[in-house]
Design a protein around this ligand. Sequence first.
Ligand code: CMC
Length: 431
Amino acid sequence: MDNVAKLEIDGKSYSLPIAVGSEKERGIDISTLRQSTGCITLDESYGNTGSCRSNITFIDGEKGILRYRGIPIEVLAEQSSFVETAWLLIYGRLPNRKELKRFSDLLTQNEMLHEDLKFHFEGFPAHAHPMAILSAMINATSCFVPGVLDAYDPAKFELQAARLLSKVRTIAAFAFRKSRGLPIVYPKPAFKYTANFLHMMFSDPYEEYDLKPEVVRALDMIFLLHADHEQNCSTSTVRMIASSQANIFACAAGGVCALWGPLHGGANQAVIEMLEDIHRSGDDGSKFIVAAKDKKSGRKLMGFGHRVYKNYDPRAKIIKEQCDKMLRLLKIDDPLLDIAKKLEEAALHDSYFVERKLYPNVDFYSGIIMRAIGIPLEMFTVIFAIGRMPGWIANYKEVMDQVGGRISRPRQIYMGPTEQPYVQIDQRIKK
Ligand code: CMC
């Protein structure tokens, strides 16, 4: 196969090299395009743009494949844990026992927040959205962590990464307790990552939360399935901020903001809100499907569709099985699950969804599991953020380790007015 693309502009021909990835993906390398042709490319919302070369995660959207550092997501979901997968994503290979223990110990040693940070939580109103608190508190925490504002240093990176990954879970749980007017529960060093999070969320000073292994496992798997997803909106945001050499906490805080939107991480909350609406209205889902197909209705089938997956989101398949298992184990009969299954069934046989290759994504069933665990709706996107942290950290590291990396700075096609005079205020047209 010829690895050169030919481009013709105004009768002049140009050759552009084609970069080939390890999975044989091909991308036309346009890094010299403007210099040689005077033109830039235009790709609004970046559906056709490779923003970087990356070694972290591989997705084949047509075949429904997702691999972290080459390992299929199905294998990791069955055999690994969130913390081990985090190490894999960040360092590029599976850790040995010693490395895993060292990293777990670092997470434990860094689980506490500086005591003064409690006053910051008190400054938020009771109804504050936990994603706003999470983003603000990640930045605030950096002020209490020595060395965070120093330039990136590979020797200190493991500690910084562990601090961020560990503290984000404490911040998330404190944000939830604060929003409910509940006393803060400190982390317990004896508990592992996910169990510790559940403990901080749901224990009370007078009564410890009953940590059911199946619940811990289900939440750990949700974290793991969200751990990375290559150049999505929030990860691209993290890489963009990192390219300016900002610190790891600033990059993660930006990632949280990008994730918040309902078209990205906010979709898991939007799915449950949609299912609740359908349930309340007495619809079995069929009326909603009609509305979701009508652009004028302003409705979408939340939890369906994906920019990259045009077959089936492999994470959705794992989550759906986990969801059935969890509800059976906890003996929960959730009418929203029945509605979700009916919606899925109807959509999979509806030409609108079939022709547009719209399938359930990771968010379609994850909310039902989180509801069953007792995680409140407004915390769903926070759970996604905790899960995505290893991916953001791995991408941050990849940007910082790049030799000769430049600041990310896209260009634009300007469509505004051409040069015009400044009109004095008295001479401007009155409206
Ligand atoms: N319900 C109804 N129609 C849809 C939906 C949907 N959920 N998703 C896409 N479409 C339509 C869209 O209107 C367009 O129709 P047409 O060709 O007639 O104009 C067509 O399908 C192609 O969609 P698109 O707009 O090109 O898709 P996109 O790549 O821009 O957006 C998406 C991807 C995930 C933002 C979108 O599918 C969506 O809004 N889904 C619902 C929100 C959601 O579940 N988001 C979570 C994504 S997975 C978690 C994550 O990674 O963040």
